[in-house]
Design a protein around this ligand. Structure first.
Ligand code: ADP
Ligand code: MG
Length: 256
């Protein structure tokens, strides 16, 4: 049996993890977790505080080493692949803490991933090759993410919601086959939540998104599939409306 079949991979799945386990000094934060992410879906991971969501996220993006388990991406075993290499294979993660360069403008922040993708090694202001093409793409991204008016504003000066939009724009600038978002709504006000929700929904066609998110209204609105974690284990999985009615899920949330 080849690795892809052994991992439970099928034509629809892009990422499959099996038996993922990770402990910290004897405390098991993620315990024997199986997760299968289908292409072109938004798959959310929810659960009470301390459930192991961030740990699972870090395991899936290879920022943390698993004690046990396997990860298969597009049929290939990536259990030991380094994060940078995974990124080159189309897996891009955004960070819960804003990862934009504060002293660069919104435009300049978007130039960086685009140039990296185009294979530039020089800093962009010295490069002239394909510059107009990159400028067009930057303009398009700024527009799509509601940032056109902020093109020349330093990222550090942006209102928080726009900074988050810029961070998402830099994530999606790389045209990831699989984007992993860690709490994209964290710290956002109500209006920004609505806008960022729409931005993510707009990326969904043709992209696969795995999202850890606290805001259950957002999860309900965006998700095709929801995995509920509790105490490091998968408690339930399915469409939001189904898992939200699951008595074990309700108890896990109320218990908290
Ligand atoms: N680096 C670490 N060292 C020790 N304990 C950790 C570490 N990371 C997470 N934990 C513990 O693992 C559990 C799950 O944490 P986490 O994955 O951050 O949960 P969540 O994101 O669902 O709130 C928590 O009890 C947390 O204290
Ligand atoms: Mg967390």
């Amino acid at each position: 049996m080849n690795a892809a079949i052994a991992s439970g991979m099928d034509a629809e799945s892009i990422l499959v993890a099996k038996g993922l386990t990770r402990s910290f000094s004897g405390f098991t934060a993620v315990k024997n977790v199986d997760i299968k992410v289908s292409r072109n879906t938004i798959h959310s991971v929810i659960g009470p505080n301390g459930a192991g969501k961030s740990t699972l996220f870090n395991l899936l993006t290879r920022f943390l080493e698993a004690d046990a388990g396997t990860i298969t991406y597009k049929g290939a075993d990536v259990t030991r692949t380094r994060p940078a290499q995974l990124a080159r294979q189309g897996v891009v993660r955004s960070f819960q803490i804003s990862a934009v360069f504060p002293h660069l403008t919104a435009s300049q922040n978007l130039c960086i991933p685009l140039q990296r993708m185009a294979g530039f090694t020089k800093v962009f202001w010295r490069s002239t090759v394909c510059m107009s093409e990159i400028e067009d793409r930057v303009a398009d991204l700024l527009k799509r993410f509601g940032l056109s008016a902020y093109a020349h504003v330093a990222a550090g000066e942006l209102p928080y919601g726009r900074k988050r939009a810029l961070e998402l724009a830099t994530t999606f600038a790389l045209e990831p086959e699989l984007a992993l978002l860690d709490e994209p709504m964290a710290g956002l006000g109500i209006e920004d939540v609505a806008r960022v929700t729409d931005l993510i929904a707009a990326q969904a066609g043709g992209n696969t998104i795995v999202m850890v998110e606290h805001n259950l209204k957002v999860v309900q609105k965006l998700s095709d599939v929801v995995t509920v974690l509790c105490r490091g284990e998968v408690l339930a999985e399915g469409p939001y409306d189904t898992v939200a009615e699951d008595p074990r899920v309700l108890e896990a949330y109320i218990g908290h």
